[in-house]
Design a protein around this ligand. Sequence first.
Ligand code: NAP
Length: 307
Amino acid sequence: MKAAIIRGYGKEVEIADIAKPDLLEDSVLIEVHSASINPIDNIIRAGYMKDYIPISFPFTMGYDVSGVVVEVGSKVSHFKKGDEVYSRPTGNLAGTIAEYTVVNEKEIALKPANITHKEAASIPLVGLTAWQALVTRGKLQKGQKVLIHAGSGGVGTLAIQMAKQLGAYVASTTSTTNVDLVKQLGADEVVDYKKQNFEDVISDYDLVIDMMGGEILEQSFKVLKKGGTLISIKGQDTKELAKEYDVQFDSFFMWPSGEMLTQLAQFISDGVLKPVIDRNYTIDKTQEAYDYLQTGRVKGKVVIAVK
Ligand SMILES: NC(=O)c1ccc[n+]([C@@H]2O[C@H](COP(=O)([O-])OP(=O)(O)OC[C@H]3O[C@@H](n4cnc5c(N)ncnc54)[C@H](OP(=O)(O)O)[C@@H]3O)[C@@H](O)[C@H]2O)c1
């Protein structure tokens, strides 16, 4: 089968002919229609996650998929051949930028019927991250104020919509070109970071979701009320600052969940959560897609059409 692979750390993505992944008893084989890409892919490719996420080569890229179930393992009980599904698989079985991928049934949900495979592939990793940050970890409540950094990015575009859906007052940061997009997604207040420092105009917030780390993470403590919560998905630890500002701090790595994807599918079917896609590439142009993602200027998601 055709797949987007790397043969070593720091190498460019190649399109190669590799064996179809083996089906396991608790997994399904998915014929991939679309995949999408995430900053973590480039981080893994560069070798920065070597000690945390060990991989072997050739390694098939991609952590997001939308497609059709073509075979089911003997112990699979919730899915059948022909089901249209989407997923953020664990990634130790197979990558998703390939004609076929294998995914444990616990990590799959039925794809929302009102969106295309391209749109569905844009959701899982960032959708799960946003939900886990706001709800599971951030415990966001109706009427609370949340600051979502990088509102025009993959995670931010969905996090803003979810936070509004949960009844929160939402502020978000972005650059001048993306202010209108972030407003359209529902943000009540948009801080154009080219013109203003967010810490000068935002204060007394209940929750901040940080995707940037560094100085942005450090300044974010200033906008929280006492007892508020800062959630960072950038992998930095700042427990000392949390103590100093008397707020909660949490940092986490997102986890796959078919159950949560089912919940997100409901929001999408209800029309309250909409995918935001910046560019579509074909599988042959996967490296170009990664180069574009690496610019850090993506609005929403970059999708790879496989079928
Ligand atoms: N811990 C986890 O499980 C987890 C999960 C998902 C993602 N992440 C991490 O979270 C980060 C965001 O992921 P993503 O998929 O949303 O990335 P992304 O889509 O590549 O983010 C791009 C967006 O970031 C915005 N941006 C860049 N600099 C900014 C700044 N200084 N202030 C505000 N916005 C800024 C850009 O807007 P402008 O062009 O307007 O600047 C652009 O729209 C990445 O570092 C990723 O690795 C972690």
